[in-house]
Design a protein around this ligand. Structure first.
Ligand SMILES: CC(C)(COP(=O)(O)OP(=O)(O)OC[C@H]1O[C@@H](n2cnc3c(N)ncnc32)[C@H](O)[C@@H]1OP(=O)(O)O)[C@@H](O)C(=O)NCCC(=O)NCCS
Length: 178
């Protein structure tokens, strides 16, 4: 009898929901940043495909895993109590010549509005400075109000409105000094 082969790497169930009440008071010291392992990439893909803006675009976990595998060397994951609570990507080059590029920043949904996004962004700014960049840029969908509010609060300003090559939709090009 032949056994059916099952691909273990693709769809994973949602990561366990974390209890906001158990977040430590000293989040800044409790959260640890590092590069993702191959196993982490699957969890990060699950986080991306279940978050806006990718969720509304119909991106599957498999699509997210493919995109993130290509970006692996740019990914920094944030861990708390051995769980991935968010990630950010920083590339040396992007849509603004001479500026580093922040392509993705995502916090676990149940832990949003507790400062983790700001901590991930601080990590991204520090990585970009280590790349000897003076500016960091990003593209954001203007209808993604939480992200636009978050970036504005962090000092990003809109430098141009661009049309996405992929979707034909408008995107804000934002940047800030480092
Ligand atoms: C954007 C995102 C990373 C912010 O993470 P977060 O952990 O909630 O952010 P913080 O708690 O550090 O918020 C810092 C500040 O940003 C602003 N902000 C954050 N979420 C906001 C929201 N939903 N609406 C308006 N402003 C918001 C606030 O000024 C906030 O400060 P406050 O809570 O003291 O008012 C998070 O909402 C997320 O993961 N969104 C889905 C993925 C996404 O859209 N990423 C961006 C495109 S790649």
């Amino acid at each position: 009898m032949t056994m059916k082969q099952v691909d273990p790497g693709m769809e994973v169930g949602p990561a366990p929901v974390m209890d906001v009440a158990s977040l430590p008071n000293d989040l800044v010291n409790a959260v640890k940043f590092g590069p993702p392992t191959d196993e982490d990439l699957t969890a990060v893909a699950a986080l991306r495909s279940s978050s806006e803006p990718w969720k509304s675009r119909g991106e599957t976990q498999e699509d997210s895993l493919k995109a993130l595998t290509l970006l692996k060397s740019s990914i920094h994951v944030a861990r708390l109590q051995n769980q991935i609570v968010g990630y950010v990507t920083v590339e040396r080059d992007g849509p603004v010549p001479g500026a580093a590029y922040l392509r993705n920043i995502v916090v676990k949904p149940e832990l949003r509005r507790h400062g983790l996004g700001a901590m991930l962004l601080d990590k991204a700014l520090s990585v970009a400075r280590d790349m000897y960049r003076k500016t960091i840029a990003l593209r954001v969908d203007p209808s993604n109000a939480p992200a636009v509010g978050f970036y504005r609060k962090a000092g990003f300003t809109t430098v141009a409105t661009v049309v996405s090559k992929k979707s034909g939709k408008l995107r804000l090009l934002m940047s800030r000094e480092l």
